[in-house]
Design a protein around this ligand. Structure first.
Ligand code: NAD
Length: 305
């Protein structure tokens, strides 16, 4: 990436966005603007940058187009992570998922086009595939989604393709598998660690799920490479390539924490995809990124924190 450039990170106070901001600051990449409405992001995620003149934290909404457009003036890169970011939230409020993920993404793309931004990186999701026909899932698998969140990300991708192609605004698209790491909350790994540490039973919805977990540091590296490498308009799965059984995950967390917790199995939730593992050939060849042998290696770090 061009040193000293202005970089906008939408959703920069969220889980993945704040790790990306830390890395950009560490690399002295340029002038960073965190653009986040703090609907799910946390001040504590970015407090380490308070007083750093290279980081500006703007509390603002993607749906406020005039403000977003002004904020993108002079930007060379936009990492677009701001979104309604979970499946069950989208099922409870499909309109909010549409507004934030489709209208919000369109606004980012319009602002990027207006200011001739060099590269937008869009964080799509493995949820665009819905329930896959077979594993591992290649990027050529049909998209559509099994829930409102997946549909909203698929729609966002179509706008990214339009802007990348016809409208001369280069966009890289990463389809992230299930990312885990410190600062996340409300998703299965942080929830279960919390339950195990307290000695409570781990709440399992269903139990048949196979999930592709990918550690946050690899995802941050993928985002940076996606901004730099020649991968415009070509969706790339970012995943370990391995499906971890949800029951094995639970047992592993119990074992590492030395907890006496048990697995408490409840009925499955119909909006959730049951099995996913990413085909990560493009991630390896186009981004030159190798997944780890053990997708859950980051659990030790999370539980030591
Ligand atoms: N965490 C994962 O496993 C995962 C998997 C696939 C894709 N993704 C995608 O990666 C991105 C980051 O995910 P995350 O896990 O960090 O989620 P997150 O919820 O922690 O971060 C999203 C951030 O966007 C902000 N935001 C939401 N709506 C906004 C709006 N209208 N205007 C401004 N800010 C807004 C939230 O406050 C939050 O800080 C999201 O786009 C998400 O859909 C995440």
């Amino acid at each position: 990436m061009e040193k000293g450039a202005k970089i906008v990170v939408t959703g920069g106070a969220g889980f993945i966005g704040s790790h990306l901001v830390d890395r950009l600051v560490h690399d002295q990449a340029g002038e960073i603007m965190v653009y986040d409405n703090f609907s799910r992001g946390l001040e504590s995620n970015v407090k380490q940058h308070v007083g750093n003149p290279q980081v500006q934290v703007m509390q603002a909404d993607l749906l406020d187009y005039p403000n977003l457009e002004k904020s993108c003036a002079g930007a060379k890169y936009i990492f677009h992570l701001g979104a309604q970011s979970n499946v069950m939230g989208s099922v409870q409020d499909p309109d909010s998922s549409f507004r934030n993920n489709v209208n919000g993404t369109l606004n980012v793309l319009k602002a990027a086009q207006y200011h001739q931004v060099q590269r937008v990186v869009f964080t799509s999701s493995r949820e665009v595939y819905g329930e896959a026909r077979s594993l591992p899932v290649e990027e050529t698998h049909p998209t559509g989604g099994k829930n409102h969140y997946g549909a909203s990300k698929a729609a966002g991708e179509i706008y990214c393709q339009l802007f990348s192609g016809e409208l001369n605004t280069p966009v890289s698209i990463l389809r992230l598998a299930n990312v885990y790491g410190e600062r996340d909350y409300g998703r299965v790994i942080p929830l279960w660690i919390g339950q195990a540490v307290k000695g409570e039973n781990l709440t399992v919805y269903g139990g048949k799920q196979e999930i592709d977990f990918i550690w946050i540091d690899i995802v941050v590296e993928a985002l940076l490479r996606a901004a730099e490498y020649d991968v415009v308009g070509c969706p790339i799965n970012i995943g370990s390539g391995q499906g971890t059984s949800i029951l094995d995950l639970g047992r592993r967390i119990i074992e590492i924490s030395g907890s006496k917790s048990k697995l408490d199995i409840l009925p499955a939730r119909s909006a959730e995809v049951v099995r996913f593992a990413a085909h990560n050939g493009r991630m390896r060849s186009l981004l030159n990124l190798q997944p780890p042998d053990d997708p859950l290696y980051g659990l030790y770090r999370m539980m030591a924190a």
